[in-house]
Structure formats: C-alpha cells, structure tokens
Design a protein around this ligand. Structure first.
Ligand code: DHB
Length: 392
C-alpha cells in the first residue's frame, strides 16, 4: 500500500490532518488500531477553543458542531464558597469556547473523511515505523484478519496518542528527550442524566479538593472531582459522588441538579512533552508528542494546532519542494505546546489540593484566585489562554 502521507491514528490529530491535506490535494491513508464504534463511543473532554471551531468549520466539519455545540462567553471560578465570573468574551476581543464532546468531533470528522473519499483502515494496528531517516518511510501494521501489511509513504504523521508506536520510533538515546510530571491526584469523572446546574462551566477550589461542573446537553451533565489516582470507581456510589460534589461547590446556597449517573471513570493527571516532535520523515502530533492535565481543557485543541502547522508545512513541500517549514515544524509546534503546558500546570496548581500543602500554600492559592478574579490584567491572562491563542 502506498500514499503520500501515512497517518498513524484516527484521533483528532490524524483525522483533521487527513482532511486538511485532502483539501490541498495531498493524499493520505490513516491506519487506526481501534474499531470505528470504539472510537465513537469513548468519553473524553469537551471544550473547543475558538480556533479549533474555526478550523472545523473551514474544513467542512462544522455543521453539527455549530448547531449542537454550546457557545460559552465566560467561566466561573468558585472559592471560599462563592462564584467569581471570568468574562472570556470581553477579555479576549470577543473570542469564546464551545462545549462539544470529543467523540462527537470524531464522529463528524470520520463521516466527512469517508464522504470525501478518505481511506481509513480501522482495526489496523501499527507495529513499527521503519526508514524514517530515508526518503521512503514505512508504517508496518497488522489487519484485523491478522495479516502483516506495509504502508509506504513520503512522510509519516504519528498521531497515535500516548501509547502508540510513533513516539518510540524516535530514538530515545540519541535524539529524544522526554519531559514528564505526574500529579499526585486524578479526576473522577461522571456523566449524569440531569438538568444543567449552571449556564457556564464552574471550576471550584475547596479544602476537600477541586471540582468541575461542565455540561453536554440540556439533559446530560459532565462533572469531575479531584480524587486519589489509585481510588476505585466501585468505592463511589451515586449518593457518595453527589455528596462530594455538592460539598465542593456549595457555600452560598448554590445547589447542584442531580440525576442518575450513567458513566463513571478515573483519569490520571500528568504533563508530558517529547522533544523534538520530528525526526527524519516522522512527525509527531497530538498526544503522541505531549499530554497536558485536563484542567486547562487544552488536549484536543493542541492536537488541532499541531496538525495545522504540519498541514501547512507539507503543503509548502508538495507545492514548492521547500523543506523549510517542515524543518521548522517541531520548533513552531513546541512553542505553543509549552505555553499550554504552563497554562494547564498553572490552573491545576491554583485549584487543586496538594497532600503536602501547608497553611501558607493554601493562603497563597486563595490570594492567587483573588488576583485572577479581581485584577483585570490577571483575568485577561486567564481568558486569553483559556480561549486559546490564534493558530500559527
Ligand atoms: C471538560 C473537561 C475539562 O478538562 C475541562 O477543563 C472543562 C470541561 C468537559 O469534559 O466538559
């Protein structure tokens, strides 16, 4: 099997890249280890930055997102039992965020890619990438029938997430440097059949730990609370979950709207960056190259930003033969990645309870929350970073 750009992984990065390349007349083939059903059913985050929405619209995948996504003009930070609004819209020159679940983004992108002649091989597991410093790299994969196949291409885009083969194809000793931080807590996430408790997302600081109130639709709500990363879902009955969430967001009479919980899960929090994001003709994008803690809602948006840079560089190569933009890919993408790492770490550190925190640390955290909700300059910094930087 042959193509111009071999894409490993049909997540947000791989699918967006494939469609952007298609619109520029560049061929690609996607190989993806999971089934289409599994991809479309996996619950992930749900906040899209303004530029991610703009990109979806630009490539022709924005119709349902525009119809069903919820545009938010602000967020609330709650601490000392009171809510403080950050007006994202006014503080960022009219930019907003849209709440639309990641698996809905994936459904839209898969449907679009297949409708426009895209080639996606599901249940095709990449097992290795060879020849990345040659002119003709190859992605080796096994089909669902168990056959070994090869995808020969000009370039490989490694979009196969934190556990894929792409990252490890960059030689660890000579070339790659991994930057890693594990946080001593996780998030317990739920989906509940309930009415929205608030018009906007709530990020809450509390002695018992962080909580986040988000939404999916008028009937389905998404909420999270900080937990021990080794805790077990079975330890948490619905009653206990609601009690914990209510304790963390209550205070001034604010009352959560409750309902049956139909999905529960625990996610770890970590920060990771692999440098460089390119080696030879292999380009890493999205979670294959980096992960951020979910607090800043940046994961999917960073993946979109990476492939935006990559699509332009590939287009320049196929249009003019110049490798300048390709050579600059890693440096360009990493600048934004580290900005997002900083922002995600900052918001995480401001809102979470750390086991070893002293009284002083707690007072400092509250002072920082006072700062970002009372100083226009500090609130603007939060707003600009939360709605996201313009795409480069
Ligand atoms: C959601 C997830 C996040 O990590 C976040 O910061 C905000 C919202 C969500 O799943 O809705």
């Amino acid at each position: 099997m042959q193509t111009q750009v071999g894409i490993v992984g049909a997540g947000p990065a791989g699918l967006l890249l494939s469609q952007m390349l298609h619109l520029r007349g560049i061929q690609s083939v996607i190989i993806e280890s999971r089934s289409r059903d599994a991809i479309e059913a996996t619950i992930r985050a749900g906040v899209l930055e303004q530029s991610t929405v703009d990109l979806m619209v630009e490539i022709g995948a924005g119709e349902r997102l525009k119809r069903e996504g919820f545009v938010h003009h602000g967020i609330e930070l709650r601490f000392r039992g009171r809510g403080h609004r950050i007006n994202l819209h006014d503080l960022s020159n009219g930019r907003t965020i849209t709440v639309y679940a990641q698996h809905e983004v994936l459904k839209d992108l898969i449907a679009l890619r297949l409708r426009t002649g895209g080639e996606i091989h599901f249940e095709a597991k990449a097992v290795g990438i060879d020849g990345i410093t040659s002119e003709r790299p190859t992605a080796r994969f096994t089909t669902k029938e168990g056959e070994e196949r090869e995808l020969d291409c000009d370039f490989v885009a490694g979009c196969d997430g934190s556990y894929g083969v792409s990252r490890n194809a960059v030689p660890a000793e000579e070339v790659r440097h991994d930057y890693f931080r594990v946080y001593p807590f996780g998030w317990f996430g739920i989906l509940a059949k309930a009415r929205p408790s608030s018009d906007e997302l709530i990020y809450a600081h509390h002695d018992r730990g962080f909580a986040l109130i988000s939404t999916r639709s008028p009937d389905v709500q998404r909420m999270y609370f900080q937990c021990d990363p080794n805790d077990k879902v079975e330890n948490w009955s619905d009653d206990r979950i609601w009690e914990e969430l209510q304790a963390r967001v209550g205070g001034d009479g604010f009352q959560l709207k409750m309902g049956p919980i139909f999905q529960k899960g625990i996610i770890p929090l970590r920060s990771f960056v692999c440098e460089p994001m390119q080696h030879g003709r292999l380009f890493l994008a999205g979670d294959a190259a980096h992960s951020v803690p979910p607090t800043g809602a940046k994961g999917l948006n960073l993946a979109a930003a990476d492939v935006h840079v990559l699509a332009r560089a590939l287009s320049s190569f196929y249009g003019t033969g110049s490798t300048d933009l390709l050579a600059d890919y890693s440096r360009t993408a990493l600048r934004r990645v580290w900005r997002a790492q900083h922002f995600s770490w900052w918001i995480t550190s401001m809102l979470h309870r750390f086991h070893d925190a002293s009284e002083f640390d707690l007072k400092r955290q509250l002072a920082e929350l006072d700062l970002v909700t009372s100083s226009r300059a500090a609130a603007t910094t939060v707003a600009e970073n939360y709605v996201g930087l313009p795409l480069t």
